[in-house]
Design a protein around this ligand. Structure first.
Ligand code: ZN
Length: 435
């Protein structure tokens, strides 16, 4: 009863903990039926469960966090624990055999991954495959499951997050210092207004989708998340080249950032404007043109706008958000009072940008449309969502892939921002604020 017995007990203990975790999840979901469900699960485990089959594994390294996704037909049962020296996260997966989708996983770890040093997978005991993640620095794990959505089956998600979360303000300050250094080198005079301390206006540029969420897809396979990032990066470079402006990207790589986190970033850096970049899709391939959207307090201005907002808001379900303990976010549907005034300015900004987009592309609609886009819900920051073109239109898809055209779109958005600021200048900073 020594070694083997204890190991068996330990294993049983681990399974027990996993069962408790499922029990809690089930209780939250099913309320009064939880008791019965646990009994059923217990019997299920005793009889030997029908084990999930892992179909795909994906790894998304990013400065903010590294995400590992395991996709399967049925929900994967698991146990997780951590081990020190070196820091490791151990994920015991209840799967029958070592699937091909896991065996190539270690090779997917890149040397530049900020949070993952190495990955190992091996069969641990009958019915259990052990996945060991060697963590860089002080990364901590978070694991959660996502129900099937769109083209995805069940997903088990493991995020390795740094102990100190990415600070967008620190990143912005660092970049601003670089910009000032360049300006000093080029002898660009510091911006100044009479009697006021002029400051750099901050534009937060949001590349739609990312990571697990590819966004819309073109017929030739172009993914919205890739073109939005390319256009956003171009726009950032153009904004940063302006003497009075600076830009921050919500995401600068291929990973998923929840919609609320995008809004939070804009708030954290006290952005003057927020521009979310997208590339629309429609079932009819001939749908074409650029459009600009602002938030609506009540109804969407058209059925198409409502439908689009619904689809864009689904991003969180596809990209994957751990909602554990985040009830506030889910319930937050009532808009702030200051939102009404902000929407007014969002419409003005939207009109300026739409007008400029009209010089490089046909306009899908001649006016700014409105709907309930989650990513536009910053109470004090004029925010717009730009659908640059229809990725579902073959002609526009090839344009979206063209660097010169990406540059044209970015320049048009910048020209719109400039026109807007000419009419509604950014608020001056107090003499105490330096940036
Ligand atoms: Zn989109």
């Amino acid at each position: 009863m020594a070694g083997a017995g204890r190991r068996a007990l330990a294993a049983a203990g681990l399974v027990g903990r996993a069962r408790i975790r499922r029990h809690r999840a089930a209780r939250a979901a099913a309320g009064a039926h939880a008791g019965r469900l646990v009994l059923a699960l217990g019997a299920f485990l005793l009889l030997g469960s029908a084990q999930a089959q892992i179909l795909q594994s994906r790894l998304w390294p990013a400065r903010e966090y590294t995400r590992l996704t395991l996709e399967s037909k049925e929900e994967i049962k698991y146990t997780i624990f951590t081990v020190k020296d070196p820091a490791r996260v151990v994920l015991d997966l209840e799967v029958a055999d070592l699937p091909a989708a896991l065996s190539d996983l270690p090779a997917k770890v890149s040397a530049e991954d900020p949070h993952v040093q190495a990955l190992r997978v091996a069969k641990n005991r009958p019915g259990v495959v052990r996945l060991v993640v060697e963590v860089k620095g002080d990364g901590t794990p978070q694991v959660f499951s996502l129900p099937p959505i769109g083209e995805y089956g069940h997903r088990l998600v493991l995020d390795i997050q740094p102990a100190v979360p990415f600070d967008p303000l620190a990143a912005l300050i660092e970049e601003t210092e670089k910009k000032h250094a360049v300006q000093r080198d080029q002898d660009v005079p510091a911006p100044a207004e009479k009697g006021k301390v002029a400051r750099l206006a901050t534009i937060v540029i949001d590349a739609g989708h990312g990571g697990e969420d590819p966004g819309a897809r073109g017929r030739r396979g172009t993914r919205e998340k890739d073109v939005t990032l390319l256009i956003a990066k171009r726009l950032k470079a153009l904004v940063d080249a302006e003497p009075n402006l600076r830009a921050l990207l919500t995401r600068d790589g291929d990973f998923y950032l929840p919609l609320q986190a995008r809004v939070e970033r804009a708030k954290k850096v006290r952005a003057d404007l927020f521009v979310s970049v997208h590339a629309d899709a429609f079932v009819r391939p001939h749908a074409r043109g650029s459009s600009v959207f602002a938030l609506s307090e009540r109804r969407a201005t058209s059925e198409a706008a409502r439908f689009l907002a619904q689809r864009e808001n689904e991003s969180d379900l596809i990209g994957g958000v751990n909602l554990h303990g985040k009830d506030d976010y889910v319930k937050r549907t009532i808009l702030d009072l200051s939102q009404t005034a902000t929407i007014d300015y969002s419409l003005r900004l939207g009109n300026s940008v739409l007008k400029q987009l009209g010089t490089v592309n046909t306009l899908h609609k001649g006016r700014v449309e409105q709907a309930s886009f989650h990513v536009l819900k910053s109470p004090d920051i004029p925010s717009i969502l730009v659908e640059t073109a229809f990725i579902s239109n073959p002609e526009e898809e090839s344009k979206l892939n063209d660097q010169a055209y990406q540059d044209k779109l970015a320049r048009a958005i910048l020209a719109g921002i400039r026109d807007y600021f000419a009419k509604y200048p950014p608020r001056p900073a107090s003499a105490l604020v330096l940036n």
